[in-house]
Design a protein around this ligand. Structure first.
Ligand SMILES: Cc1ncc(COP(=O)(O)O)c(C=O)c1O
Length: 361
């Protein structure tokens, strides 16, 4: 089955085979080596040249675990968080801080609009109690790419902490994490990194990690400093999904062999291929081209075509597409181009799609 949903993704045979490596105990040196290897690869891939300034903390759990752990661990007593919300995942960040009454009123934007850095600057000046700002880099809801660098500049300029949900962005979009002084970045194995779901991570600036040790614990499992000992070395406080770590390690090796910049270019090229063909057959995108990410395109459903019908017919031919979420649920569908999938496979999918909608939507 070819997965055109934004994770879980199709993985390579090499990554799948890694699951079958020998059983090991997470308290033994073999696991420590595996974990250290993954951490070193993550830092090399995403903060190249600044590896010594960041720590990579691994969590057994989906991307939401990484985002929630970053948010919950980064707010001192008496301080608050401000969330930029322009989609389902911004909304989720808002819910996280809302549950603990740690938020100030969110900066809400339309799901098709990019956040405005000047609006953020104003809000931060009005709210000195805000310590951390949370935003999604790539809003998977619509495939909207948010302006990570411009927002990071405002956050850093006003001495706040930026927490970026890059779950669907890392390895698909370029961002200079270290250069933009982003303190925390949440990611997952199971999207553009092309591993399996179930392992996620947070890249944390080391100086900030030390400050976080004094912050309140709001979760036992997700308190990030539990995962780092007094010397700054990684610990494993809970049983990790060992086999998934093997596969994650292999996926990161593949990423580094391909090169992060080349992976991003490949995704961009596949997205262009999809967009050109869809334009040719008259399928309308939800977003203006300059807002679209490299790995998802949201389209309005063709006139008279119901999502379940489109989905089921494509599925019968071996292709899984993705529905809209929230208020876009019955209006749009999404095509993701993440994973170990070839250009020829995308072309075959597009042929199947054209055959189904008849070229005359
Ligand atoms: C931007 C973003 N953040 C967070 C998540 C949540 O990840 P998970 O479903 O792995 O918990 C997703 C999942 O699609 C996402 O796209």
């Amino acid at each position: 089955m070819m997965l055109l949903n934004p994770g879980p993704v199709n993985v390579s045979e090499r990554v799948r085979q890694a699951l079958t490596r020998p059983d090991i105990c997470h308290r033994e040196s073999d696991f420590a080596e595996l974990q250290q290897g993954i951490q070193a690869k993550l830092l090399k891939a995403f903060v190249p040249g600044a590896e010594s300034e960041y720590a990579a903390i691994l969590i057994t759990g989906s991307g939401t675990a990484a985002v929630e752990s970053a948010l919950m661990s980064s707010i001192p007593h008496g301080k608050r968080a401000l969330i930029i919300n322009n989609g389902v995942y911004g909304e989720r960040m808002s819910q996280m801080v809302g549950l603990h009454r740690l938020g100030v009123s969110e900066l809400k934007h339309e799901w098709t609009e990019r956040p405005d850095p000047e609006r953020l600057r104003l809000a931060l000046r009005q709210h000195p109690e805000v310590h951390a700002v949370g935003m999604v880099h790539h809003e998977t809801t619509t495939g909207l790419l948010n302006p990570g660098k411009a927002i990071a500049e405002v956050v850093d300029g006003l001495n706040r902490v930026f927490i970026l949900d890059a779950v669907s962005a890392l390895a698909g979009e370029s961002i200079d994490i270290a250069g933009s002084k982003i303190y925390m970045v949440a990611g997952t194995a199971g999207k553009c990194i092309q591993g399996f779901p179930g392992v996620s991570f947070v890249l944390v600036r080391k100086g900030f990690l030390e400050r976080m040790r004094a912050y309140p614990k709001r979760s036992l499992y997700l308190h990030l400093t539990h995962y780092v000992d007094d010397q700054g070395r990684a610990t494993v406080p809970f049983t990790p999904a060992v086999q998934l770590y093997y596969a994650f390690d292999e996926a990161l090796s593949e990423l580094l062999e391909e090169g992060v910049a080349k992976r991003i270019q490949r995704y961009k090229k596949m997205a262009q291929l999809i967009r050109e063909r869809m334009a040719k057959i008259g399928i309308k995108p939800v977003l203006q081209p300059d807002r679209q990410s490299n790995s998802i395109t949201a389209y309005y459903l063709p006139e008279g075509v119901a999502y379940p019908t489109l989905h089921d017919r494509l599925r019968a031919m071996g292709y899984v597409i993705y529905a809209g979420q929230g208020n876009l649920e019955n209006k749009i569908f999404r095509i993701a181009n993440m994973g170990a999938v070839t250009e020829a496979q995308f072309i075959a999918f597009l042929d199947a799609f054209e055959q189904i909608v008849g070229g005359h939507p």
